[in-house]
Write a protein that binds this ligand. Structure first.
Ligand SMILES: *Cc1c(COP(=O)(O)O)cnc(C)c1O
Length: 496
């Protein structure tokens, strides 16, 4: 059967996955979803016998069936090649009584590489086989990690450009350096005076700007997104849920068919939503535990059914989770409402207009059947980094520590639990080192990296060390209302 995608806010327009990937966000502002997800489930025995590449081919082939199997194979081989520092791609290791799913072995040392090494390849194939040969400008707001991962994934990919906006002063030293040192003839990077939500909101406005679209189209250019709202980012993330399960079966920790829980450090809800897709595709999932930092809007939502973004924004030591509007939640609402586009659209209108919405009791019951929640503030996060290192000998980053803290607070429900580890601790060396009790005053990002290596006897990933000698190429900082002009300039320069 042909698989079609349509907007969460209306199902009149149905497109194949290639078009959904090229477009990014649906024209009405909704997110692309498919009603067929879960009609086919994956065979667990096959999954458990597969290596990562075979599982990626299986998941992508199922969710993006308009790609040929040759196209999928080429994309998988390219995305998960020698730029990863382990052939397992996402190894699952012991974490006390639980498991750590290490998602940070890619070129930018954060889990976003899993998807962003893949998305440019999916887009490039779609552009050649289903697009109209137009140039694609990728437009992305980042809370820190997406930006670099998108820049690395798209740099020098023919027919594409990438523009990244990050909140100036609200990302770590290393995160900033990773972005502003990016090489490539098709990249643009700019800091925004404001926070991530400001940047993301403005990017959404840019996507909705009809005049801009028309002007760019005259120049043979379309805008698309590399944020986790793009189907091509979500789908590759489904793979590691299956693959982690397969690793546990092979390690003898579970039998095929046993349910496991996943605890996910959450920001924009993309990662944990991929876990929900895995469940719909037949993976035996007990609970998906949504872990938040002090920006705990999702904790409240899952506990009460009311999503209320009208609250103070906290800058935390897990900045990639400093988010008050979790975009991908809209997709979950669609599934929880049994595909009621009108209802989803009304919730999103309420969120935009009054800052909150409340889901129906039926939807809340369904939500709580699969999702649990918890949060950890910075102090709890630091304490967890220390206790995980001292007690278990495992060094984790600030985001992973939020999830570990939430797991530590919960009684196990008798299932094996997998904690998703979303970044290398060396990406956040200063905060990790501080959490271990060191005095970091006056130390820059690299001095912290050195000291963290010395103290723990672990090694910083090679790509982060290389930043020391890299040249800063992108000094731009602008206000929100200058972002549109920045995008137009970037298009003109890159696609000249
Ligand atoms: C992006 C990110 C997250 C949050 O993932 P979402 O898909 O946005 O929920 C968590 N940790 C790290 C290190 C990240 O980069």
């Amino acid at each position: 059967m042909e698989m079609r995608y349509h907007s969460t806010r209306g199902n009149d327009v149905q497109v194949l996955s290639k078009e959904a990937i090229l477009t990014g966000i649906a024209p009405d502002g909704g997110l692309f979803v498919s009603d067929q997800i879960g009609h086919t489930t994956l065979d667990l025995a096959t999954v458990c016998a597969n290596d990562y590449h075979a599982n990626a081919r299986l998941v992508l082939g199922t969710l993006l069936p308009d790609y040929t199997s040759e196209e999928i194979t080429t994309c998988v081989d390219g995305a998960y090649g020698s730029q990863w520092d382990t052939q397992a791609i996402t190894p699952t290791t012991k974490l006390g009584d639980d498991w750590l799913l290490e998602l940070y072995h890619g070129p930018t040392c954060a889990f976003k590489d899993v998807a962003l090494q893949m998305l440019p390849r999916l887009m490039s194939v779609a552009r050649k086989t289903a697009g109209s040969g137009r140039n694609v400008m990728i437009l992305t707001a980042t809370s820190g990690d997406t930006g670099k991962a998108a820049l690395d994934g798209f740099a020098n990919v023919e027919g594409t450009g990438v523009t990244v906006f990050y909140p100036h002063g609200k990302v770590s030293d290393v995160q900033r350096l990773q972005m502003v040192t990016q090489q490539g003839n098709n990249v643009a990077v700019c800091g925004i005076r404001g926070n991530f939500d400001d940047a993301q909101t403005q990017v959404k406005h840019i996507f909705a700007d009809e005049d801009l679209r028309a002007r760019l189209l005259d120049a043979n250019t379309v805008l698309s997104s590399a944020n986790s709202i793009n189907v091509g980012r979500l789908v590759p993330q489904v793979t590691y849920y299956f693959d982690a399960y397969a690793q546990l079966v092979r390690a003898g920790a579970i039998g095929a068919g046993d349910s496991v829980d996943f605890c996910v450090p959450t920001g924009n809800f993309g990662d944990v939503l991929a876990g929900y897709y895995a469940k719909r595709l037949g993976l035996p999932v007990g609970k998906l535990i949504v872990a938040s930092n002090a920006n705990n809007v999702l904790t409240d939502f899952i506990a009460t059914g009311t999503y209320d973004r009208r609250r103070p924004f906290h800058k935390t030591i897990s900045p990639s989770m400093d988010i008050l509007v979790s975009s991908n939640l809209e997709r979950l609402l669609y599934y929880l409402s049994d595909g009621d586009c009108e209802l989803v659209a009304s919730y999103m209108a309420d969120l935009a207009n009054q800052g909150s919405y409340t889901i129906s009791n039926t939807m809340l019951e369904r939500l709580n059947a699969t999702f649990a929640c918890g949060f950890a503030d910075d102090d709890a996060t630091r304490a967890t980094i220390a206790s995980t290192w001292d007690g278990l000998g495992v060094l984790i980053d600030t985001h992973t520590a939020v999830a570990k803290a939430v797991l530590d607070d919960r009684a196990s429900e008798g299932r094996q639990r997998i904690c998703l580890s979303t970044a290398s601790p060396y990406k956040f060396s200063a905060d990790v080192l501080g959490a271990l009790g060191a005095d970091v005053t006056g130390l820059d990002g690299f001095a912290c990296m050195d000291e963290l290596e010395r103290r723990t006897g672990t090694a910083a990933p090679t790509p982060l060390g290389a930043l020391r000698s890299a040249k800063e190429l992108h000094p731009n900082v602008c206000d929100r209302d200058q972002m549109t002009a920045f995008v137009e300039d970037a298009c003109a320069r890159i696609f000249a």
